[in-house]
Design a protein around this ligand. Structure first.
Ligand SMILES: C[S@@+](CC[C@H](N)C(=O)[O-])C[C@H]1O[C@@H](n2cnc3c(N)ncnc32)[C@H](O)[C@@H]1O
Length: 225
């Protein structure tokens, strides 16, 4: 584990894949909320491995060759899972998270064969031209948590999404403090431009699921003009 040896302020979390291999994800003792793996990220990462993403007749893995952008990636665990499944992934976050993302990419490189992954800066509300044409999937785990981010985050989703883009949004529903208000505002604004489909708990990973962690498939509304 290169990250542990080289930087004493890292601690590692291992996430087992269904094929028995392990994602090795470094987290920081010091830093902001993006420095640790949140429960919604584990739920989303494990959801990407479920049967829904395999063709029922051929058994082919539907992530292969898909272009994916992860927003607010933090440690990058969700994007790393997608890349090990064959997707071409950009894990994005603020400048401060780039070193951690690069450490985690390096430490999991041997698990990535047909897919690819790179870390990039993307601040919500700013230019997304480097991520276009629209990716097949936008992934986001636990990104709905402060009021000032709602408008720029929804703006980024609008700019990144094309008619074929599926946003998979996973979040932990919190009942305290400002959280219910932030969630309500986010979904009100989101639903002006997108349709949201909640994925029932029965379709989440059978072990890594929780009633307070929601997964939504979100797609841009088709313009009526
Ligand atoms: C609660 S953490 C979730 C991290 C990771 N997705 C997970 O679930 O483990 C929220 C992430 O959003 C990122 N973030 C917050 N505001 C942002 C902004 N304006 N632009 C881009 N990323 C932002 C943070 O840096 C952080 O990594």
């Amino acid at each position: 584990m290169a990250a542990q040896g080289e930087h004493n302020n890292y601690f590692v979390r291992e996430i087992e894949k269904t094929n028995g291999s392990f994602l090795t994800v470094s987290q920081c003792y010091m830093g902001d909320v993006g420095c640790v793996v949140w429960d919604a990220a584990i739920v989303l990462a494990k959801y990407l491995e479920t049967q829904q993403f395999y063709d029922p007749t051929s058994g082919v893995n539907l992530w292969a060759g898909r272009r994916v952008v992860e927003l607010g990636a933090g440690t990058g665990v969700v994007g790393l899972m997608a890349a090990t499944l064959g997707a071409d992934v950009s894990v994005t976050d603020l400048e401060d998270l780039q070193t951690l993302l690069k450490v985690n990419i390096q430490d999991n490189q041997t698990l990535i064969s047909t897919g690819s992954i790179s870390a990039k800066v993307l601040k919500w509300g700013e230019d997304v031209s480097g991520f276009l044409p629209p990716p097949h999937y936008v992934l986001m785990a636990d990104c709905i948590y402060y009021e000032q981010s709602i408008t720029p985050l929804v703006e980024t989703l609008k700019l990144l999404s094309g008619p074929e883009t599926c946003i998979i949004c996973c979040y932990e529903q919190r009942t305290e403090g400002i959280n219910p208000k932030v969630e309500k505002q986010f979904f009100k604004l989101l639903q002006e431009s997108f349709n949201c489909e909640e994925i029932p708990l029965s379709k989440h990973d059978s072990e890594f699921r929780s009633p307070d962690i929601h997964i939504l498939h979100v797609r841009k509304k088709v313009s009526s003009c």
